[in-house]
Design a protein around this ligand. Structure first.
Ligand code: SAM
Ligand code: SF4
Length: 328
């Protein structure tokens, strides 16, 4: 499958509608053209500033607009974050992701954030931040500090977005992705399934991602965690096979992108996760907490990986393969 950014929504809907076994087979075939199907990249995601967010994302227990009872915590000290990064590295994570419940970074603490990037980089890990919307200057400063990835999820289709968030627009999310890409930082952007969206919306989300000037280097596919106190706490669960189809379509249309099986794994069966890996998912967040929510534990992941003969991505070997391919 060649690398395309000119997808049409109908192309994506046609993929969704393929017979499930054909779609899964096509996704696994394309996956093997670009990745070792036995490897999964493992990241660790830490909440460095928790709760009292000014945005009103209807899925999020960190929003100050919802009564979720989540205690708020101010920005962590740099040393405390580096201690957590060291722990994650010992547990096998190759990337350390730091998330803040902000609309965007604040000037008074931005140097502290930059010091976290430099410190984690100094541990020999890939660095990722997800801090909300960025200005051009902020993106450039993060790039100078050595940031490898910036996460900023589009979350759903442009058409459905206003039903999920009202304090910012889909367009503003795209503007931040432009600033991140233009600063030379790898883009991590994906979405959430189970927000009440339709298949057309799921196709719309993937269309927005796969028609960016460059495919995101990583695409997290979250399954909604129905957080108590949020407007979506009683949302209807997305069908498991619709979730797997979305992973497969993401793999097919963004063949070189890391597709991350992100939030929701604590509630996912081993079988569902196995199908997602077969469909081309090749990255996870590890550790029992994902920001402020439950995640699959390290023991559960070790047991699943053993059953599926999966191992952690060897980042150096992957980068060497990439470099060899780029000169070929
Ligand atoms: N505040 C920053 C932002 O929104 O970009 C970064 C942190 S935010 C919590 C990171 C991502 O986690 C969100 O973009 C969303 O995709 C995902 N997320 C948040 N709450 C979730 C939930 N209840 N279920 C699944 N995914 C969720
Ligand atoms: Fe704030 Fe991010 Fe949660 Fe939205 S998803 S409420 S921006 S922390």
């Amino acid at each position: 499958m060649q690398y395309r950014t000119d997808w049409a929504k109908q192309d994506i809907l046609d993929l969704f509608q393929q017979p499930f076994m054909d779609l899964a087979f096509k996704a696994q075939t394309i996956h093997r053209q670009h990745f070792n199907p036995h490897e999964v990249q493992r990241s660790k995601l830490l909440s460095i500033k928790t709760g009292a967010c000014p945005e009103d994302c209807s899925y999020c227990n960190q929003s100050g607009h919802h009564n979720t009872g989540l205690p708020k915590e101010k920005l962590m000290e740099v040393e405390a974050v580096l201690a957590k990064a060291k722990e994650a590295k010992e547990q096998g994570a190759t990337r350390f992701c730091m998330g803040a419940a902000w609309r965007g970074p604040q000037a008074k603490t931005f140097d502290q954030v930059l010091a976290m990037v430099e410190g984690v980089k100094g541990l020999g890990m890939e660095t990722c931040m997800t801090l909300g919307m960025l200005t051009k200057e902020q993106a450039e400063s993060l790039a100078q500090a050595g940031l490898d990835y910036y996460n900023h999820n589009l979350d759903t289709s442009p058409e459905y977005y206003a039903k999920v968030v009202s304090t910012r627009t889909f367009e503003q999310r795209l503007e931040t992705l432009d600033e991140v890409r233009n600063a030379g930082i790898n883009v991590c952007s994906g979405g959430i399934l189970g927000l009440g969206e339709s298949r057309e919306d799921r196709a719309g989300l993937l269309l927005a991602l796969a028609t960016l000037p460059e495919h995101p280097q990583s695409v997290p596919i979250n399954m909604l965690i129905r957080a108590p106190g949020t407007p979506l706490e009683n949302a209807e669960a997305v069908d498991t096979f619709e979730f797997i189809r979305t992973v497969a379509v993401a793999r097919i249309i963004m063949p070189k992108t890391f597709v991350r099986l992100s939030a929701g794994r604590a509630e996912m069966s081993d079988e569902t996760q196995a199908w997602c890996f077969f469909a081309g998912a090749n990255s996870i967040h590890m550790g029992e907490t994902l920001l402020t929510m439950e995640n699959a534990t390290i023991d559960q992941d070790e047991s699943l990986f053993a059953k599926l003969d999966l191992k952690s991505l060897d980042l150096e070997k992957y980068k060497q393969r990439q470099a060899a391919e780029s000169v070929a």
